[in-house]
Design a protein around this ligand. Structure first.
Ligand SMILES: [Mn+2]
Length: 387
């Protein structure tokens, strides 16, 4: 009988996730990083002499992935020396279309993979049990952790050994949304911990790491590779040690990608240098996804320069997105924007008309002055590249 164990808690691998702002090359690197995370987990498990790994849901981003992706996932796990217990989450629910029931998964499933495909108790190592709460449908209608505990029939009785709850979904304390019947009750999870029915609760669904509630034994691991801008602490796994009455949880950073949002005030050429320096300051740019907003007023010349800076960045970084909602950049033609371009004749006439039109203000997409400013920006870049 065991009174101690060490294991890895991870979740939300989202293998196969696609992001619309990544081009084909960047998407391929993003996919690779998610597979590399599995190998990183295997290395940490070996270093820390972990007994097993629990993946608390959303191993796969979808039930409909190319079999190449399924193969690659299972290959990566098979290279690790511990057993991985995979819980179906909402993205990879154990419904009739489940990826876990496809021939490609079944035929290539290595010996060190166990799918937690039924609610209830599973012995994962001598004296250590998991209470699994798999999603059998994308949108469950009850608190599946509470259901799994009820099904396991452990309430009231004493226990020997160690018991770990594994579930996927939001805690009611985090999403006060009474309309969602599937929220996991934090109060009852904490009560089960205090009563000694559960020694630890491994949760998935939130992509940021979180120590939930007061017990120090109920955690979201977060995703091992970031998936979005809104995550405040993603790219981690947890090494959990349960020993007698003690619980120690150590966060280990595994993420190699980052999502970064940033807003810049722009009011002249110096501010453009700030943007350029900030972009240059990053290492591993090909694993950084940026969303940028600019506020202020620029001349046509400065707008064109900003365009060049961003064009270059978009070929250096994994992606550079426009943060439209937060952007408010007014473009004002200055007389000296075009004086050194040496335009004459009909080009000069067109230039003068565009400048007059552009000066009428208006920022709506269909405003003629905006079209005139865009045309001026293009003229500026074309004329400059021709000189
Ligand atoms: Mn997820």
């Amino acid at each position: 009988m065991s009174d101690g164990t060490r294991f890895i808690h991870t979740s939300d691998w989202q293998i196969g996730m696609t992001r619309h702002f990544l081009d084909a090359d960047a998407q391929a690197r993003f996919n690779d990083a998610r597979l590399e995370a599995i190998r990183a987990i295997g290395r940490v498990a070996a270093e820390e002499s972990c007994d097993f790994v629990v993946v608390a849901g959303d191993v796969f981003d979808s039930n409909f992935l190319h079999r190449r992706t399924v193969y690659a996932t299972l290959e990566a796990i098979s290279e690790c020396e511990v057993t991985f217990y995979l819980l179906p989450g909402n993205h990879d629910a154990l419904d009739p279309s489940s990826i876990y029931q496809t021939p490609e998964f079944g035929e290539r499933k290595p010996d060190n993979v166990v799918v937690l495909d039924e609610p209830g108790l599973v012995e994962v190592s001598p004296g250590v049990q998991v209470i699994a709460a798999p999603l059998l449908t994308r949108k469950p209608l009850t608190d599946l952790l509470a259901d799994a505990i009820a099904k396991a029939g452990i309430e009231g009785g004493g226990k020997s050994g160690i018991r770990i709850g594994v579930a996927h979904g939001q805690l009611d304390s985090l999403v006060p949304d009474e309309a969602n019947p599937a929220l996991i009750s934090l109060a009852s999870a904490e009560q089960n911990v205090r009563d000694g029915l559960l020694d630890y609760v491994a949760l998935g669904d939130r992509h940021s790491t979180l120590d939930a509630g007061e017990t120090g034994r109920i955690w979201y691991s977060g995703t091992p590779e970031p998936t979005d801008y809104v995550e405040d602490d993603s790219g981690n796994i947890l090494v959990v040690e349960l020993d007698g009455s003690k619980c120690r949880v150590e966060k280990r950073h595994t993420g190699t990608w980052s999502f970064i949002r940033r807003e810049f005030p722009i009011d002249g050429a110096d501010d453009l240098r700030v943007v350029d320096d900030w972009l240059e300051s990053f290492s591993q740019k090909d694993r950084k996804i940026l969303k940028l907003a600019f506020r202020g007023t620029v001349s046509i010349r400065e707008e064109a320069e900003l365009g060049e800076i961003l064009d270059r960045a978009s070929d250096l970084f994994a992606a550079v997105e426009d943060w439209d909602r937060e952007s408010d950049l007014a473009v004002r033609p200055d007389d000296d924007d075009f004086s050194d371009l040496g335009l004459s004749g009909f080009a000069k006439d067109a230039l003068d008309r565009l400048v007059a039109e552009a000066s009428t203000g208006g920022t709506d997409l269909d405003d003629p002055s905006r079209a005139a400013r865009d045309a001026l920006g293009l003229l500026y870049r074309l004329a400059r590249s021709g000189t």
